[in-house]
Design a protein around this ligand. Structure first.
Ligand SMILES: C[S@@+](CC[C@H](N)C(=O)[O-])C[C@H]1O[C@@H](n2cnc3c(N)ncnc32)[C@H](O)[C@@H]1O
Length: 413
């Protein structure tokens, strides 16, 4: 773990809004420092910014370079809608100002994506740096950052949203009690709603953030804080959804009921019946999810395919590339699970720690506090294994019953 940086005395007159004793002048205006690279993530998100070395909590990372504009100047710009994606709005000296990075294609900071709604993906923050009666924006590490992490900060939708671009809302059906849409109109803090057509009956939608190309949304009732909804079509009957975060390309989502804080759901298709999902974090590329019931705080779930029946999953941490998971029941606090494939029937797994590259884990029951399990394949039927310590390179483990406090098991085959 990297050490915290020593606090330094202020040498210049550049100050960040809440840490006035650090000199930032040397960071501003010059070329970007080493330690970062951009990488394509997906068609929907586009590129992202990644670290190529470790950074310490509080460390200055990059300047968000661009043109400093007033709010009026920024909104006047006749960009196609995507170019507004690089405008960051903030308050300065009692006015709304904007740093517009649209023309700064070589500046790395503009490739940092939004952490919202997943709280766990947020590892940076953006802050004002005042210098020589002007203002800059800097991206700072919110915690220690490891090499290879994607860098994300909370865009703070109310500042970054803008009304520009298209304002062609037509056939919105019955929109009731929506006001102040900034750009599109009559929705409270609706952000940038663009090209919404045939939205059916939308009632009491508030703080919808940037909804783009929503068509045939069916009956949406009581949706609030729906930031960043893009290309949602044929969403069926969505009722009482609050804070669904960023939903992209969700066609045929079936019946979603009582979903709250669903985080960033990207490319969800045919998700069947989702009931009572709350705080699901960032779910990416979930397809054919079957029946998801009572999932809460699932945070960063990526590339979940054919998950079968998931019931009562809570605090699943960061789950990546789960394939053919079969039936997962009552999984809680699973932390970091990567590349789990064909997991069969996983029941009552809790506090699984860092599980990486586990495949064919059929029939895992009542595993708790499994510690760091890496590269386990074909472990057969594992029952009631609490506190299994660090298991590495275990393959074809057969039937393990009632193993407790297993310490360090390495290369068991
Ligand atoms: C400042 S740019 C970030 C870099 C961008 N991904 C790119 O390829 O240039 C902001 C835009 O990236 C996309 N974006 C950022 N955060 C996202 C997220 N959490 N989920 C999906 N798209 C996101 C949105 O299109 C947003 O308007």
């Amino acid at each position: 773990m990297a050490e915290r940086p020593p606090r330094r005395r202020r040498r210049g007159n550049a100050v960040a809004s809440s840490e006035p004793d650090i000199n930032y002048a040397k960071h501003l205006g010059g070329p970007d420092p080493d330690g970062f690279e951009t990488c394509f993530i997906s068609q929907e998100i586009g590129d992202g910014l990644f670290s190529t070395k470790e950074f310490m909590e509080g460390e200055f990372l990059l300047e968000y370079k661009g043109e400093l504009l007033t709010e009026e100047e920024a909104l006047e710009r006749d960009y196609s809608s995507w170019r507004h994606h690089y405008q960051y709005f903030f308050q300065w000296k009692g006015r709304t100002m904007c740093i517009d990075a649209a023309n700064y294609t070589q500046s790395l900071a503009r490739y940092a994506n939004n952490s919202r709604p997943s709280r766990r993906s947020c590892n940076c923050r953006i802050r004002k740096i005042e210098m020589n009666d002007s203002v800059h924006l800097g991206i700072f590490a919110l915690r220690d950052i490891q090499k290879g992490e994607e860098l994300r900060y909370d865009y703070n939708a109310k500042h970054t949203l803008n009304a520009g671009g298209d304002r062609n809302a037509s056939d919105t059906g019955g929109v009731q009690q929506a006001s102040e849409v900034r750009g599109v109109q009559l929705a409270p803090d609706f952000g940038g709603v663009q090209q919404a057509s045939d939205a059916g009956i939308v009632q009491q939608v508030s703080d919808a953030g940037g909804a783009q190309q929503a068509s045939n949304a069916g009956s949406v009732e009581l949706a609030s804080y729906a930031t960043g909804v893009q290309q949602a079509s044929d969403a069926g009957g969505v009722q009482q959804a609050s804070d669904p975060g960023i939903v992209q390309q969700a066609p045929d989502a079936g019946s979603v009921q009582l979903a709250s804080d669903a985080g960033g759901v990207n490319q969800a298709s045919d998700s069947g019946d989702v009931q009572q999902a709350s705080d699901a974090g960032g779910v990416y590329q979930a397809s054919d999810v079957g029946d998801v019931q009572q999932a809460s705080d699932a945070e960063g779930v990526q590339q979940v395919l054919d998950a079968g029946i998931v019931q009562q999953a809570s605090d699943a941490g960061v789950v990546q590339q789960v394939l053919d998971a079969g039936c997962i029941y009552q999984a809680s606090d699973a932390e970091i699970v990567q590349q789990v494939s064909e997991a069969g029937g996983v029941q009552q797994a809790s506090n699984a720690g860092g599980v990486e590259l586990a495949s064919y884990a059929t029939g895992v029951q009542q595993a708790s506090d499994a510690g760091g399990v890496q590269k386990a394949s074909d472990p057969g039927i594992v029952r009631q294994a609490p506190d299994a310590g660090s298991v590495q390179l275990a393959s074809d483990a057969g039937g393990v019953n009632q193993a407790s406090d297993g310490g360090d098991v390495q290369q068991a085959s």
